[in-house]
Design a protein around this ligand. Structure first.
Ligand SMILES: [Zn+2]
Length: 280
C-alpha cells in the first residue's frame, strides 16, 4: 500500500466514524411479522411539524430520523400475512404507504391452572371481565402527542425471560387467547421499575391479570405490568426510568410468580423484546 493510499484510507475511516449523528435515534428492532414493528420512511414534506400517520385508523408514533420522518408501526399478533397500508397526510394530500407482513410461526403452550374458575369463569366473573376489558382497552388505546417519543425500553425486572410471546395457549386443555406479552420470572417481592419515562394511567385488580399497572409513555406506546404482589403507584403519577412501580407477585391467572409485561404500540400488543435493544 502506498503512503498516499494509506492516508486516504485513514481519512475515510475517520470520516465514517465522525459521520454518526450527534443524537442517535433509539428505534425498536424492525420485524415485519404479526406481533412485530415496521419502520416506514414517510414521503418528504414542507414544514417542520411531525406528519400524522395512521394504521387501521389509529395514529402511529412518528419520529424524526436525520432529515427524514419515520412511522413506527406496531403490527397486531392477529394481523394477516400480506399487504398492509399506512395513511399519511403530505402537504394536504392523503398518501398510502404499503408494507408487507410476512408469516411467523409461534409455538403452542399447554398450561395447568389450579383454579378452574380462571379457565371457565361464571356469569358474575364474565360481567367483571367485560368491565375490566373496557378499562384495559381505554388505557392501551391512548395516544399522547406531548413530549419526545420514547421507543426503547429498559427491562422492568431482572430475571430469566420467556420467549413465549405469540404462543397459542391451552389452559387445562382448552384453547384461549394467545400470549401477547413477555413473562419474566422473578421471586415474589422483586421490585418492578419503569422502563422509560411515562405517566401511570390505570391500576387495578383484574380477574385474569391480577394487580395491574398501565403506563403511557406517549405517541401510542403504553406498557402494562400484571400479576403484581403490590402496586406502588397511582393514576396520574409521573415516572422516570427506574422508578419503582410495584413488586412481582402471583395474582390473577398464573402458574407461579412472574411479571407479565405487555407493550402496546398503536394498540397492537407487540413483542416487548423488539423494544429492549441489544445493549442491556
Ligand atoms: Zn404472560
Amino acid at each position: 500500500m502506498t503512503p498516499h493510499l494509506r492516508h486516504l484510507l485513514v481519512a475515510l475511516v475517520v470520516a465514517a466514524c465522525t459521520a454518526t449523528p450527534v443524537h442517535a435515534l433509539q428505534l425498536p428492532k424492525e420485524q415485519r411479522t404479526p406481533g412485530g414493528v415496521a419502520l416506514l420512511e414517510l414521503p418528504a414534506r414542507s414544514g417542520d411539524d411531525a406528519p400524522v400517520a395512521t394504521y387501521d385508523g389509529l395514529r402511529t408514533a412518528v419520529v424524526r430520523n436525520g432529515d427524514k420522518w419515520l412511522a413506527v408501526v406496531g403490527i397486531p399478533l392477529s394481523a394477516s400475512v400480506g399487504a398492509h397500508t399506512v395513511h399519511v397526510e403530505v402537504d394536504g394530500v392523503m398518501r398510502e404507504l404499503q408494507f408487507h407482513v410476512r408469516d411467523k410461526r409461534y409455538r403452542t403452550q399447554h398450561l395447568t391452572i389450579r383454579n378452574q374458575r380462571q379457565v371457565d369463569p361464571n356469569p358474575d366473573d364474565l360481567r367483571r371481565i367485560r368491565a375490566e376489558q373496557a378499562r384495559s382497552e381505554a388505557a392501551l388505546s391512548r395516544f399522547t402527542a406531548e413530549a419526545a417519543p420514547v421507543l426503547r425500553l429498559l427491562p422492568p425486572v431482572q430475571g430469566p425471560r420467556s420467549d413465549s410471546y405469540g404462543s397459542r395457549r391451552y389452559f387445562n386443555g382448552q384453547p384461549r387467547n394467545p400470549h401477547t406479552g413477555m413473562d419474566i420470572a422473578a421471586p415474589k417481592g422483586t421490585p418492578i421499575r419503569a422502563p422509560a419515562p411515562g405517566v401511570v394511567v390505570e391500576t387495578g385488580d383484574f380477574f385474569f391479570n391480577g394487580a395491574t399497572v398501565f403506563i403511557d409513555h406517549g405517541h401510542g406506546l403504553v406498557t402494562m405490568y400484571c400479576h403484581l404482589d403490590r402496586i406502588d403507584v397511582k393514576p396520574g403519577d409521573r415516572l422516570q426510568s427506574g422508578d419503582l412501580i410495584g413488586a412481582v407477585g402471583a395474582t390473577g391467572r398464573v402458574t407461579g410468580p412472574h411479571l407479565h409485561w405487555g407493550v402496546s404500540l398503536n394498540r397492537a400488543m407487540v413483542d416487548p423484546a423488539l423494544l429492549l435493544g441489544d445493549a442491556e
